[in-house]
Design a protein around this ligand. Structure first.
Ligand code: SIN
Length: 473
């Protein structure tokens, strides 16, 4: 049985109680990690605060060099990290490798960005004054990360936080703690000082309550569900912490009559089936113009039928298991609800009865907006297709949701591109692009999909305070 450890102030440790880690492809427990709680959370906050006082005073170049080394170590260990990820999260090994590389892009990007944090000198209205604006690290940052992208959601938070001079308290998801632990081991090896990153696995509630109550923790960054994000936002108000929230989505995928259907099918495959649909940016509902609906649907179904469901460690697998039984049941519930209301299953439709949390890639036709899958995030391999007639109609239907993370538009018509990208109330619009996520770009949502941006230079500003120094002479 593999054993993971927690880290506080440069010391790795275990606890007498522990949590088990299950492989979702086999349902076998293959590892265990500590069950840290309130005492460890308080100790970690002390360590992070002490470390902050020194790390924030290091030169930008020193911090940048540490991040470059971390990037190098992740590159050297990419296969090992990907294997851990597939074991605990389920995604096919090649996809896990892709995620490690994607995660590592953030480390490199913020190694570069660390040296580009600049201030300003603003013309003053008095001759004997100067207005200086400088950027400073926020302080101790608590990062709470999800299971669906066990590496990328960590580096997307930790790399900019460290680059800006903050120190980190990391609480990874209970389902995928081992990828997180391995990344932190490598960060330590790269030269992040004791207390710079502290990682705790265990009770989310106990750990985050301590961090929320601690006024030295100046920022909480969270990726996960909208209800939990709302609670974090409320709790952060007591000590007026900064917050970054990357929450749920319900992405519309629009194919107009002027779309290149090959591109649209490719885009649909990547935006829907990346990580088996377990992504906040996953296409959740497909709106296809009635003139091209038959062609798009037939070709999409053909491609979906080629997906091979199985254990992510098998070479032939292109669709892994879902994270747990509850996730399978949610897909089943959405299919049952839709078919009861008149949808037809065009391919797939079933879950597997043998071991592993598998559900077939499923496409539904004859879908209407009153079906659960058209307003509730499925987080699984289900693609419901409906048709539309006019641009106004599709814009209104696509925006009719409390979410606003990602939307996709497929058309070759420039007027349609401008109209749709301008009218969709979403933080990310993929135009003829089913995979817009990248380290250089700002990732984040409108409405109940969250607050703040991660990635790009926007992603580091969320970890900085602005200080105005009024200099009289
Ligand atoms: C997510 O959807 O949870 C994040 C995926 C990404 O970075 O693209």
């Amino acid at each position: 049985m593999k054993q993971g450890f927690n880290l506080i102030n440069g010391k790795w440790f275990s606890t007498s109680d522990y949590m088990e880690v299950t492989n979702p492809a086999t349902e076998e427990v293959f590892a265990r990690v500590p069950l840290s709680g309130e005492a460890e959370a308080a100790e970690a906050a002390d360590a992070a605060y002490e470390a902050f006082l020194k790390w924030s005073k290091e030169t930008a170049e020193t911090r940048s060099n540490v991040l470059y080394r971390w990037h190098q170590l992740i590159t050297e260990h990419r296969k090992e990290i990907a294997e851990i990820m597939t074991m605990e999260q389920g995604k096919p090994f090649d996809e896990a490798l892709g995620e490690v590389d994607y995660a590592n892009q953030y480390v490199k990007f913020y190694a570069e960005e660390a040296t580009r944090i600049k201030g300003e000198i603003i013309p003053a209205s008095s001759k004997n004054k100067r207005i200086l604006v400088q950027k400073e690290a926020v302080g101790v940052v608590a990062a709470i990360t999800p299971w669906n992208f066990p590496a990328a959601m960590i580096t997307r938070k930790l790399a900019p936080a460290l680059a800006a001079g903050n120190t980190v308290l990391l609480k990874p998801s209970q389902e995928t703690p081992l990828t997180a632990i391995r990344l932190v081991e490598l960060a330590e090896q790269a030269g992040v000082p004791a207390g710079g990153i502290n990682i705790l696995t265990g009770s989310s509630r106990e750990i985050t309550c301590v961090w929320q109550a601690d006024s030295r923790v100046r920022k909480i960054t969270f990726t996960g569900s909208t209800p939990v994000g709302k609670q974090i936002m409320k709790d952060a108000a007591d000590t007026m912490k900064k917050i970054s929230l990357e929450l749920g989505g319900h992405a519309p995928f629009i194919v107009t009559e002027h779309a290149d259907i090959d591109k649209a099918v490719q885009g649909a495959m990547s935006s829907k089936f990346r990580n088996g649909g377990q992504a906040c940016v996953a296409a959740n509902r497909f709106y296809v113009h009635e003139r091209v609906a038959e062609e798009f649907t037939n070709r999409f179904v053909e491609e979906v039928k080629k997906l091979r469901t199985g254990n992510g460690m098998e070479k032939s697998t292109t669709l892994g298991p879902l994270i747990n039984q509850k996730a399978v049941e949610k897909v089943e519930e959405h299919i049952a609800d839709a078919t009861a209301k008149g949808a037809v299953v065009l391919t797939g439709g079933s879950s597997k009865s043998s071991a592993g949390f598998f559900h077939e890639a499923t496409v539904l036709g004859n879908v209407t907006d009153d079906m659960l899958c058209m307003y509730d995030e499925t987080f699984g391999p289900l693609a419901p297709i409906t048709t539309f007639k006019t641009m106004d109609e599709v814009i209104s239907r696509a925006n009719h949701t409390p979410y606003g993370l990602a939307a996709y538009v497929f058309t070759e018509n420039i007027a349609e591109i401008m109209e749709l990208s301008g009218s969709l109330e979403y933080g990310i619009v993929g135009v003829n692009d089913g995979a817009p996520s990248t380290a250089q770009a700002p990732f984040g949502g409108y409405k109940e999909s969250g607050l703040g941006r991660e990635g790009g230079d926007h992603g580091i500003h969320d970890y900085l305070e602005v200080k105005y120094v009024s200099l009289g002479f």
